[in-house]
Design a protein around this ligand. Structure first.
Ligand SMILES: Cc1cc2nc3c(=O)[nH]c(=O)nc-3n(C[C@H](O)[C@H](O)[C@H](O)COP(=O)(O)OP(=O)(O)OC[C@H]3O[C@@H](n4cnc5c(N)ncnc54)[C@H](O)[C@@H]3O)c2cc1C
Length: 402
């Protein structure tokens, strides 16, 4: 089971489904962070807006309630990163303010983040990409975390950790206090620019926001990629003294296959990684969230990072899908303009009204994506074997745009 669902402080509110036809200013499809923050910011600007959110399962059912709990300023694409990053850094502070007022039990802690090199190839890559981070040598790294084999790391202060399950629940509860309505078990079946139909009701809206991320179907503009996570039982203080992370730093190995970890507020390690296969035709299946081969690989990786965990139990395994575009750029598009449209620094950011290139049709997509996943793993092995930055990874980045 998902650690975050298993460690909510109270039973989450169960909300009714939409049973009538309602007229609203804004209809939002999907009660994850994108949908809920959209509602929050709209209501912050215009408190009298009538907003309804419809969710096919329950608040936080998607990646928002299953993720690694990093509140980070990492941007997945180099394109436009210089313009977007200052806003991402500001949003960490804003989320911190929200957390302290309305979600104190989400344990938001801004401890920064470490990307740790375990071989000379990784170390060379880190040194070539220091950017605004601080390079920590081996002893400075080990003083923060006793990561087996660490040779050095990059540290950025621009990352916090939190309990995403508690946070997404608190955000939804707060929105209802602001006057938004949230309907659960209400899948949008058909939607146009002004109407969303569900099995038992409908929303007629001036504006419809679709915030279904990896669940959006039937288009080649994005694909669902699974990321899998594991968490340990609460770890005793004696072992934590041998590991470190005492300031709540999140951490990752500087491998090409993405990894991410945090020490939770209840003293567990929660760690995730990519590497799960992409399913033909962009299918989503709960079996893909519970791929025992990948979960076992992640557990073996965590034990290799932290040998004192040899007898520690891994009590939770889960996963979820993230949406990936062909150029790794996120996008937020407005189909039609009704009434006032305000230009601001934010509307000029590169992901606004960005049209990502389409993914290849099947079966090329399946072949291509799964080959890249396998070759990325191979690139990490190459780096560990040669102690040089992987040439394969360099070639792959030209193909993937990442
Ligand atoms: C395992 C994992 C770890 C991650 N770790 C991190 C991390 O540490 N830091 C980070 O920043 N990001 C992380 N991510 C990515 C991040 O969690 C997501 O990008 C983010 O949560 C997406 O939010 P969202 O609201 O757009 O989508 P989601 O949270 O997926 O929400 C979409 C919602 O839409 C609903 N929905 C779908 N179809 C319909 C429909 N037809 N009608 C009504 N509702 C519908 C779904 O049920 C879902 O609740 C991680 C993702 C995963 C899977």
């Amino acid at each position: 089971m998902n650690l975050w669902d298993a460690t909510l402080n109270s039973k989450p509110v169960e909300r009714a489904s939409l049973r009538t036809t309602e007229e609203v200013d804004v209809a939002i499809i999907g009660a994850g962070f994108t949908g809920l923050w959209s509602a929050y910011h709209l209501l912050s600007n215009k408190p009298d807006l009538k907003i309804a959110v419809i969710e096919k399962e329950r608040v936080g059912f998607g990646a928002s309630g299953r993720n690694g709990g990093w509140v980070s300023a990492l941007y997945p694409s180099e394109m436009g990163a210089d313009l977007v990053t200052p806003h991402l850094i500001q949003s960490i502070a804003d989320i911190g303010v929200f957390a302290s007022k309305y979600a104190p039990d989400a344990n938001f802690q801004k401890g920064g983040s470490l990307t740790i090199a375990r071989n000379s190839g990784q170390l060379k890559r880190l040194k070539n990409n220091i950017g605004s981070a601080t390079f920590l040598n081996q002893s400075e790294t080990l003083a923060k975390v006793q990561f087996n084999g660490a040779l050095g790391s990059l540290f950025t202060p621009d990352c916090a950790t939190m309990h995403p399950g508690r946070f997404v629940q608190a955000l939804a509860n707060h929105l209802e206090q602001l006057g938004a309505r949230i309907y659960e078990k209400s899948p949008a079946l058909r939607n146009t620019d002004h109407k969303v139909g569900t099995p038992s009701g409908a929303l007629i809206a001036t504006t419809v926001i679709s915030a279904t991320e990896a669940f959006a179907k039937g288009s080649r503009e994005r694909i669902p990629l699974y990321s899998l996570m594991v968490a340990t039982e609460p770890i005793n203080e004696k072992i934590w003294d041998q590991i470190g992370l005492s300031n709540g730093e999140s951490f990752a190995e500087a491998s090409h296959l993405v990894t991410y970890g945090q020490r939770t507020a209840d003293d567990r390690l929660a760690v995730g990684g990519r590497g799960a296969p992409y399913l033909f035709g962009s299918l989503m299946r709960s079996a893909a969230e519970n791929n025992s081969r990948i979960h076992d690989q992640i557990i073996a990786m965590v034990r290799s990072w932290f040998p004192p965990l040899v007898n520690t139990q891994f009590t939770h395994r889960w996963g979820g899908a993230v949406s990936v575009t062909r150029d790794w750029q996120p996008f937020a598009n407005l189909n039609q303009v009704t009434g006032e449209e305000k230009d601001s620094e934010l509307t000029k950011l590169p992901f606004v009204n960005h049209t990502p290139p389409l993914w290849e049709p099947e079966p090329l997509r399946w072949l291509g994506v799964n080959s890249v996943v396998k070759l990325t793993d191979f690139a990490d092995r190459e780096e560990a074997a040669t102690n040089q930055p992987s040439l394969l990874a360099k070639a792959l980045s030209k193909v993937t745009g990442n």
